[in-house]
Write a protein that binds this ligand. Sequence first.
Ligand code: X90
Length: 276
Amino acid sequence: MVKIIADSACDLKDYPGIGFETVPLTLSTEERTYVDDKSLNLHEMLDYFYSHHGKSSTACPSTQAWLDAFEGADEVYVVTITSGLSGTYNSACVARDQYIENHPEAKVCVVDSLSTGPGEVLIIEKIVELKNAGKTFEEVSSVINGYRDKLRLFFGLRSLHNLAQNGRVSKIVASAVGIMNIRILGTASKEGTIEPVAKCRGEKKLIETIVSEFKKIGFKGGKIRICHVENEALSTAIVTKLKEEFGKIDIKSILSGGLCGFYAERGGIIIGCECS
Ligand code: X90
């Protein structure tokens, strides 16, 4: 049996027509833990974290959680959030080694997205496409990292508070935001870490800057996937603008899950695109 397994930072709940599962990260304060699975209520979770003034943190899936998801499969593809910001890739690799030790006939390929959310989605969709085209494990695993390297990720955030509090971005970068109406536009570096691009005053300016960044990287109309944190209006405006600029493109937007929602924060948007 073939399984495609991603951590919950991919923001997908299901993937009909293929053996797809997600393994949750968790989000905690000293008094409560949220499991980022299908039953999570994003709105309630965000309300809780905004009303909570103590420390909050997140944790990657355990090796055992990955092993439980692998069970029953002899061909596994795992897609994880960037190893530059999370231990998730590492725990998946430990699980892969253990699984192969116990099931010597099994094949497991772990892909470090060097990205998150929509970047993971694009990789998952590519694996599905290759498998549906009848490609073998060896064929898929030999091309998938090359595909990953052609992806780009941008994000527009209203606040970097949770990223800074958890040491994922420097306090200096974070202090630049938080001012009314300022959005920070950032990108994933080649190493899968956060790289600030620009500060934008208001969403109109943010959208214009996103378009100019897409031009700068030589975007030619590849696939685009978006996740937003309760900001349908911004995602719709970005979709409209990108279609206007680049013509007929395959572009889809979804609501974020818990992990990306916590870090990108309310109003935030994350955009992944193919860029050859
Ligand atoms: O292991 C853990 O506890 C998870 C830590 C995740 C930390 C960062 C998640 C960021 C999600 C923010 C904007 C996108 C940045 C992506 C750059 C590669 C969303």
